[in-house]
Design a protein around this ligand. Structure first.
Ligand code: UTP
Length: 291
């Protein structure tokens, strides 16, 4: 199975991140030195994907601009002899090809993926949610691509979550047929606590086959009145054509404040220059608890 494109939906309103996201897309909030979506694109690039299909909406054009040249800035950095920064800024512009499609009304993640139909057409493609971050030795999406290629099937990425958090995710039910790889039988979006069929939660990483569009087109509003990708995936599961892979690595949901702040600390702690001072400052702050 050849996968050359990744669809990254970035059209949502980001209401959980207000007021920060009143005029700045959630996907452009910085985590340490880079906007959230750059980490997602870097993960795709490191897995050999060279074309990104951004599903965008009004006021989100700065996301496309981030992956394009800014010649005024580049000239300025060149004049000032800031060659290291110049290189970093240029690298981002040259990382991947960008194709932008519009989601005119934010009807949900399933609908956002459907907006990429004309671009993906008859090819298998990856989907990476624009505010979901995965870090580790192997890129998250690479772990899915490996299984999709050997098994020639669609794959979703899952992690194990605590029982009291199942209601925030799509949850799968299936059989593990080799370590960490499951044949998916059923999926349920945001089940009430105590009713989930497992604790295996879908995170924002998918490798999909073009047949998914047939199910996306038939979607009816699901949980929260949204057109849910999870509901369309049930169609593939019914045909016995959906696998799940338990992802290795750290995962952060940048739309959740605790996760967002933890991701900032995680990256800053991996920076040699910052590490010691940051640890010292955090230790000074911890006694504030309860004050
Ligand atoms: P979320 O549900 O986390 O994003 O969707 P949201 O709706 O923007 O955020 P909240 O819940 O209001 O805070 C995951 C990803 O899917 C995109 C979002 O931009 C985000 O990157 N998305 C969501 C779309 O592109 N279109 C949609 O209709 C919904």
């Amino acid at each position: 199975m050849e996968v050359r494109k990744v669809v990254i939906p970035v059209a949502g309103w980001g209401t959980r991140s207000l007021p920060a996201t009143k005029n700045i897309p959630k996907e452009m909030l910085p985590i340490f030195k880079k906007p959230v979506v750059q980490y997602v694109v870097e993960e795709a690039q490191s897995a050999g994907i060279d074309t990104v299909v951004l599903v965008t909406s009004q006021n989100k054009t700065i996301i496309e601009d981030h992956f394009d040249h800014n010649l005024t800035l580049e000239n300025l950095l060149e004049r000032k002899g800031k060659s290291q920064l110049l290189q970093e800024v240029r690298d981002v512009s040259e990382m991947v090809n960008i194709i932008a499609v519009r989601q005119k009304v934010q009807l949900g993640l399933g609908h956002a993926v459907l907006c990429a139909k004309e671009v993906c057409k008859d090819e298998a493609f990856a989907v990476m949610v624009g505010d979901d971050l995965m870090f580790g030795k192997e890129p998250g999406i690479q772990q899915l691509l490996d299984v999709a290629r050997t098994e020639n099937m669609a794959v979703v990425g899952v992690i194990e979550v605590p029982e009291n958090k199942v209601d925030r995710y799509g949850i799968i039910q299936g059989e593990e047929f080799r370590p960490g790889v499951f044949r998916v039988r059923n999926l349920v979006e945001k089940p009430a606590i105590g009713t989930a069929p497992s604790r295996l939660a879908i995170v924002g990483r998918y490798v999909l086959v073009p047949e998914i569009f047939k199910y996306l087109e038939k979607l009816e509003p699901g949980v929260g009145g949204e057109l849910q990708l999870t509901d369309a995936l049930q169609g593939l599961a019914n045909e016995n054509r959906l696998l799940a892979v338990k992802l290795r690595g750290q995962r952060f949901d940048a739309g959740d404040w605790v996760e967002y702040l933890t991701a900032n600390i995680y990256f800053a702690l991996h920076d040699e220059d910052l590490h010691d001072d940051l640890v010292k400052r955090i230790q000074e702050l911890v006694p504030c608890k309860g004050r």
